[in-house]
Design a protein around this ligand. Structure first.
Ligand SMILES: [Zn+2]
Length: 303
């Protein structure tokens, strides 16, 4: 599975600019860690391997209280420049024509996801059925302009879906090898290349991404447990990280089957990584933004 934040340091040289023809290394550049970033560096940071201009995300350092920062990221305008630090593939899957891409969508080999549902959709008949019986997990999204053509700068107008993580988990063995364009990205990648193991994550990240993790333990944080209390679900974290916690009200987690008995199970979620005391966390996940993976599919993620 893909790990992220592969650019550990940036090259900083305010007097240099990227040369697309010769692709030479800036000779007097200083090495800068994400935590050393200051606003004035914004336009003078370069990838240590491909030397293209890169950005730090988030740009605003003050957003994080503990000094830990997010990631250096390649810029999409240089996506044609090969670099092994671009994760996990340079370009993802390309399509010959708009018809070709539409055909891939029709034949269930490609999905454009415009967003994940944050609220449970209202059923037309007004019935509130239990989660398992709710068929409404997927609806039409807006037509999306997606740059997945073989020619540089070419975009296709493609139908998108508004869906749920539970939907991705449903036929997980099939979905793992299907191509997805996720929200705020412009490449089509196999789900197996998109999923990030939370046990490889060492930093906050203000950009939502698709993660999975193995539950170590889960408990209701209330002294007199109520569904509205936060349920603290601890996931297997990176050895350098004290702990990683999913912080979502107990009722909402239990509805997805996450409870005191969930140790050893795998959770998938779409969210931002934030600090949580001395550890890391994801919190406030919406209704469609997390799910428990069926046990029969766990082997695909625990090789
Ligand atoms: Zn690079």
């Amino acid at each position: 599975m893909a790990s992220d934040n592969r650019i550990k340091h940036a090259l900083h040289d305010p007097k240099w600019s990227y040369d697309e023809v010769n692709r030479v290394r800036p000779s007097n550049a200083a090495m800068v860690l994400p935590s050393e970033y200051t606003k004035d560096m914004e336009e003078s940071l370069y990838c240590p391997e491909c030397f293209t201009p890169i950005s730090r995300s988030p740009k605003d350092k003050d957003r994080f209280s503990n000094g830990r920062s997010c990631c250096f990221m390649h810029r999409s305008s240089y996506r044609d420049i090969p670099c092994s630090l671009r994760t996990p593939l340079v370009d993802g899957k390309k399509y010959l024509s708009e018809e070709d891409a539409k055909q891939a969508i029709t034949s269930d080999q490609l999905a454009i996801i415009s967003s994940f549902m944050t609220e449970r959709p209202h059923r037309p008949d007004g019935n509130a059925e239990p989660y398992e019986q709710s068929a409404v997990e997927d609806e039409d999204g807006p037509v999306a302009q997606v740059p997945i053509g073989r020619h540089r700068g070419e975009t296709f107008a493609l139908p998108s879906r508004i869906t749920t993580i539970a939907g991705l988990c449903r036929r997980f063995d099939v979905n793992l090898y299907k191509y997805f364009v996720l929200p705020n990205t412009d490449v089509a990648r196999k789900l197996s290349d998109i999923l990030i193991d939370i046990a490889t994550v060492t930093e906050e990240c203000a950009v939502p991404r698709l993660y999975y993790g193995t539950v170590l333990r889960s408990r209701n944080a209330g002294i007199h447990p109520k569904p509205t209390n936060i349920r603290m679900t601890r996931l297997q974290a990176h050895p350098d990280i004290v702990d990683f916690t999913i912080k979502v009200p107990a009722g909402e987690q239990e509805e997805k089957g996450i409870n005191d008995e969930s140790a050893g199970r795998i959770v998938l979620f779409w969210g931002k990584i934030t600090s949580n005391g001395v550890g890391l966390a994801v919190s406030g996940l919406g209704w469609g933004e997390f799910a428990l993976l069926a046990e029969k599919y766990q082997k695909f993620l625990t090789v």
